[in-house]
Write a protein that binds this ligand. Structure first.
Ligand code: HEM
Ligand code: HEM
Length: 389
């Protein structure tokens, strides 16, 4: 079976889901809005994906399964489990594409956040840790600092993450002890998370010269640093009194993007710049300077975005809880919205820089792959023009 089925099938799922929203077809579950018809299709695509992955793994020449593949397998398997359990629903209308979830009340929200936070763990982290464990040692030419630690942190991440979803539900109708359980496991989760980030950074010991000179490796280094930062921040935000300030504010949005831009996107860029020249049969990208530019646009863009959102969030949180001497609120909600103007402007600027870098990356990839089609790769020269018949 061709991987094209998965690529096209997954994009079809996205298209179905998004067009559904436009027509009002949604389950109203965050990150799981798609209705049952799209959800079922995704299960089919995902099973094909997993089968392809297992068949590839079975055909390996190396008897040992390297840790990157453990993460990759966890990503596919756990996402399937989360998707199926959170989306169990009874369809009630074919034409209206309407269904009701089988989970009710507080169980519904608990399952939703068990799904939601593990989507962070397995959709937005496990596969990318697989990339980090593969591309970083290859690019730096150094073996992973501690292979044993990588396996330990794998099991730590898999075990601890499953319990933390209830940190999204502090001060809700969820039993207090369940919230405390989520908070406690979130703090413990810092240990395996930092073990992974530290392992990656320690691997670069002895290769700092390459980190300085090679923007691709620098992307991976920055990804590991942001992974460490965003997981530290996450464990901190999960602590009940901290969450009472941060929840509903843009601090959460800052945390989200230090993870998704600083960690997920950076490791993707590192992986792209490692693999595209290989696919094109070249030593390096077509425009090496553009990689350097992209790196600085991405790093500065992310920092501007994240720092603006931290300030925005803490300002909002403090404004909402400020009282005057009579016990009345010091600020109206509208005033807190108005106070956001400079931060949102900064976010636009940071986002535009980040996007600019990503566009440069896409053009660079196109140029690199295009040249590979027009060059005689065996002799590294332009292909001879074939005379017309
Ligand atoms: C040790 C690891 C982490 C912990 C303990 C953690 C904890 C948290 C906490 C406490 C919140 C705020 C919940 C709320 O007030 O509603 C949150 C939100 C969020 N985090 Fe993390 N986080 C971690 C790592 C990450 C990473 C690495 C990413 C992304 C790659 C990420 C993505 C998100 C997202 C998308 C949300 C927003 C969820 C929503 O829509 O409300 N987290 N996280
Ligand atoms: C140029 C880059 C990006 C910009 C400018 C941007 C901007 C935004 C904005 C304005 C929001 C809404 C925040 C709000 O509710 O007030 C948001 C939410 C979100 N973004 Fe991004 N984003 C970018 C890239 C990404 C990437 C690459 C990912 C994932 C890999 C991502 C994941 C998310 C998530 C999960 C949320 C929901 C957070 C929540 O509800 O707490 N973003 N983004």
């Amino acid at each position: 079976m061709s991987p094209w089925v998965v690529l096209i099938g997954y994009n079809l799922f996205c298209a179905w889901a998004v067009t559904g929203y436009l027509m009002g077809a949604t389950q109203s579950k965050e990150y799981a809005e798609a209705e049952w018809y799209a959800d079922l299709w995704l299960v089919v695509v995902w099973v094909i994906y997993f089968t392809l992955y297992l068949r590839t793994l079975a055909r390996r020449a190396e008897p040992h399964i390297y840790v990157a593949n453990w993460y990759y397998m966890a990503f596919i398997l756990v996402v399937a489990m989360l998707h199926i359990v959170n989306n169990i629903a009874l369809p009630v209308s074919w034409a209206g594409a309407k269904s009701y979830t089988v989970w009710s009340g507080v169980q519904d929200v608990m399952i939703q956040w068990w799904y939601g936070h593990n989507a962070v763990a397995f959709f937005l982290t496990a596969g990318f840790l697989g990339m980090l464990y593969y591309f970083l040692p290859v690019r730096s030419g150094r073996p992973i600092w501690s292979y044993r630690l990588s396996i330990l942190s794998f099991w730590g991440i898999v075990f601890f993450y499953i319990w933390v979803g209830s940190h999204h539900l502090h001060y809700t109708a969820l039993p207090y002890w369940v919230q405390t359980l989520g908070m406690t496991f979130s703090v413990m989760l810092l240990v395996p998370s930092w073990a992974s980030a530290g392992n990656a950074i320690a691997t670069l010991n002895g290769a700092w010269g390459r980190v300085r000179d090679d923007a691709t490796l620098r992307f991976m280094f920055v990804a590991a640093v942001f992974y460490g930062l965003s997981t530290f921040e996450g464990s901190f935000l999960a602590i009940r009194p901290v969450n009472s300030l941060s929840h509903y504010t843009d601090w959460t949005v800052g945390h989200v993007h230090s993870g998704t831009l600083g960690w997920v996107a950076m490791i993707i860029f590192g992986a792209i710049y490692s693999i595209v020249p290989q696919l094109a049969g070249r030593e390096a990208m077509a425009w090496p300077k553009a990689v350097e530019w992209h790196f600085w646009l991405a790093v500065v863009g992310t920092l501007v975005y994240v720092v603006a959102m931290w300030n925005a969030g803490i300002t909002q949180g403090l404004m909402w809880r400020a009282y005057d001497a009579n016990g009345a609120l010091s600020y109206s909600f509208l005033q807190s919205v108005q106070a956001m103007a400079p931060y949102y402007l900064l976010r636009t600027l940071g986002g535009a820089m980040f996007l600019g870098g990503a566009v440069l990356c896409a053009l660079n990839c196109r140029a690199t792959l295009h040249e590979s089609r027009t060059r005689d790769l065996a002799h590294d020269r332009p292909l001879a023009v074939q005379p017309a018949e």
